[in-house]
Design a protein around this ligand. Structure first.
Ligand SMILES: [Zn+2]
Length: 386
């Protein structure tokens, strides 16, 4: 079954061969066939297809690639959010509230929650999502969290090293031994990636190094949560190890920025967190000007960023972080794909997976210009309409 989308007012291709960042084509058409982008060109030249969709001058974009989320959890933390907005400072320990609720939930309840959030994301144009564990923090609960996540995505990430759980209070070394031993063994069959929350109050550099090395030894690729709440060693560790991505990057030194540029590690910025925790935003402008590759992701989780909306993150990136709308859209599509090491998504060029978003708007600018407005008119994931 082939689909021709024609009369596209603005087609964002992210074609790496194009002169402009987004590879924009005006007055364009696109053919989806067998789940892939089969053809891109002018409407007058378009080949026949089984179905025709008239975009009537609207914009078409690659689906968003959300490279950082924590969707496997139970409960919510609305009360913590209320207290924080009333002046209480955010600390990493709030994760334990979600851990208790997640351990008490059945697999079916966890899967229902992930399914609801993935559906919510897709309605807002997200067609690829990475999903982490990290609210189980026992061997069995981490393994089942990842098994649930794997029903929804290939990009599953083992985050046993999210926070030290209460039963290991005073014994973080013992907990790291559990994470790198039996927990990793149980998690690895369901995971592609391994991640560590490298931050004061969570795990230090040596512990992060140990966890990433253990993951690498069983074939998991590394990523890191780093430099979110203050300066720290995580970003330079990620660069030293040549990780695909390091996420948050809110507090960076010049040396951190230099290390990212040299290593090519993608800096994934998560402005929903700064919005929801009332922290300073990361310096996206400085990173881009320094030549660092940048991705935008939601960090969707019940504590520090309970948004599933990449359009909201794009609006924040433009309004609060000095990104142009084109840079923000690129970071949320091609940038997310780079942050997951994915060559099959993030662009609308021939051969890529047909992850396509038709906006209820004439250009990508409207994603930042009209914040909070549902502008996604239609979505195809691997060529299938939602
Ligand atoms: Zn996170």
């Amino acid at each position: 079954m082939s689909v021709l989308i024609t009369n596209i007012g603005e087609l964002v291709t992210n074609d790496p061969e194009a002169d402009d960042l987004l590879g924009v084509r005006s007055d364009a058409a696109l053919v989806i066939d067998d789940g892939r982008v089969a053809w891109v060109g002018a409407p007058a030249d378009a080949p026949a297809a089984d179905e025709v969709v008239d975009a009537d001058g609207r914009a078409v974009l690659p689906g968003f690639v959300d490279s950082h989320s924590h969707l496997v959890f139970a409960g919510d933390r609305a009360e913590e959010f209320r207290a924080r907005m009333a002046g209480e400072r955010y600390a990493a320990g709030g994760i334990r509230t979600t851990v208790a609720a997640t351990r008490a939930a059945t697999d079916a309840e966890l899967a229902d929650g992930v399914g609801r959030l993935v559906a919510e994301m897709r309605r807002q144009g997200t067609t690829s999502v990475e999903i982490k564990s990290g609210y189980g923090l026992t061997v069995a609960d981490e393994a089942r969290s990842l098994a649930v996540a794997a029903r929804f995505t290939d990009d599953t990430t083992f985050l046993g090293a999210h926070v030290v759980p209460p039963e290991y209070d005073g014994d973080p070394t013992g907990y790291v031994e559990l994470v790198t031993g039996p927990m990793l063994a149980a998690a690895a069959p369901h995971a592609r990636w391994i991640d560590v929350f490298c931050e004061t109050g969570a795990f230090d550099e040596d512990q992060a190094r140990a966890v990433l090395a253990a993951g690498a030894a069983v074939g998991l690729r590394g990523r890191l949560h780093a430099n979110q709440l203050g300066p720290g060693p995580g970003v330079q560790l990620a660069a030293e190890l040549g990780l695909t991505a390091v996420d948050h990057c809110t507090y960076l030194t010049d040396q951190d920025v230099h290390a990212l540029r040299e290593s090519g590690t993608v800096a994934t910025l998560l402005p929903g967190v700064e919005f929801s925790t009332r922290q300073p935003y990361p310096d996206a402008r400085g990173l881009l000007d320094a030549g660092v590759r940048v991705a935008l992701a939601s960090d969707c989780n019940p504590g520090s960023s309970y948004t599933s909306s990449i359009p909201f993150c794009i609006a924040l990136a433009v309004r609060e972080m000095g990104m142009t709308p084109a840079e923000a859209v690129h970071a949320a599509t091609a940038g997310g794909a780079a942050a997951l090491g994915r060559a099959d998504v993030g662009a609308l060029v021939q051969g890529r997976r047909a992850d396509v978003v038709l906006l209820e708007a004439p250009s990508h600018l409207h994603l930042a210009y009209r914040p909070g407005v549902p502008l996604v008119r239609q979505v195809w994931v691997a060529g299938e309409p939602l």
